[in-house]
Design a protein around this ligand. Sequence first.
Ligand code: TYM
Length: 328
Amino acid sequence: MKERVLSGMQPSGYLHLGNFAGALKNWVRLQDIYDCFYCVVDWHALTSNYANPSPIADYKHDMLINFIAAGLDPNKCTIFLQSAVKQHAELHLLLSMITPLGWLERVPTYKEKQTEIKDKDLNTYGFLGYPVLQAADILIYKARHVPVGVDQIPHLELTREIARRFEFLYGKGILTEPEPLLTESPKVVGLDGRKMSKSYDNAIYLSDTPEQIDKKIRQMMTDPARKRKTDKGDPELSPVYALHKIFSSPDEIAHVAAACKTAEIGCIDCKRILIKNISKELEPLWSKREELTGSPSMLKDILNAGNRRAAAEAEKTMELIREAMNLS
Ligand code: TYM
């Protein structure tokens, strides 16, 4: 029997290159190896967008199109919507009974996001409980592996702690401690050198046109010491180089690094190579997206079938959990 994998993405914005290179590409590879469950976590999107939920429907649609366009195959993996599987909410509630407040307050993303996101009030019960809902998503499928970017490691560690506490309290061998599965690019930087994120306005989106990508990369900052083309630079100080390491060939990476250090090429030349490579990587996805945009009923069918399969698996675990907690 194949081991189980679960992962999720929040439809809190359009999918970007960080989601693609940090997670989605890996998801596609794993569907041939494991029994994979991939979830559009729309309840999670509400934890920070509760005041303005209307764009979430559009983001969900974009996400599903990108999942399929990137190569997820509904015959090989289960693609589903979190809010369609109510058992996640039930397990979230039950796990919240056993999760100490201190554990949640110590999760680094809790304080970080509250400080960095100024235009939303994240001082809510739902936002604090975000990682408990994530733990429910994972534990309900008894997933062994969770393919994510490095930013999700603290959430995974908390999930493991919650699973251990459940087992300590009820001791029934029901929950499995999951392990993270990182990609080769677990942290993709954004246009400003910080982590690429929907919340930081620094992302290249999978739905951007080639012209938008060209413009965004041309405007990227590079090593501040390179004011003129003749100034020698340090590629490690440039987020453009960080993106080269993900999207360019080994020869090109070596070439741009050396030519930056000797001022043999200017930043615009270096950016042109990156633009070409990102476009090359995304072209197959763009043409598949176009095909899929014309088939909304196919997407609906994929999701309905995935929701049914996920709910059946989730219910199996919930029956054991209800019994362990004397609820059945
Ligand atoms: P989300 O929606 O922010 O991101 C989805 C996935 O993309 C990865 N990622 C990145 N990887 C590399 N570089 C980046 N700049 C970058 N930005 C995002 C994330 O690590 C993630 O793998 N809490 C989760 C959603 C979630 C989940 C789950 C994940 C809910 N339930 C259960 C796994 C299992 C999140 O906000 O991901």
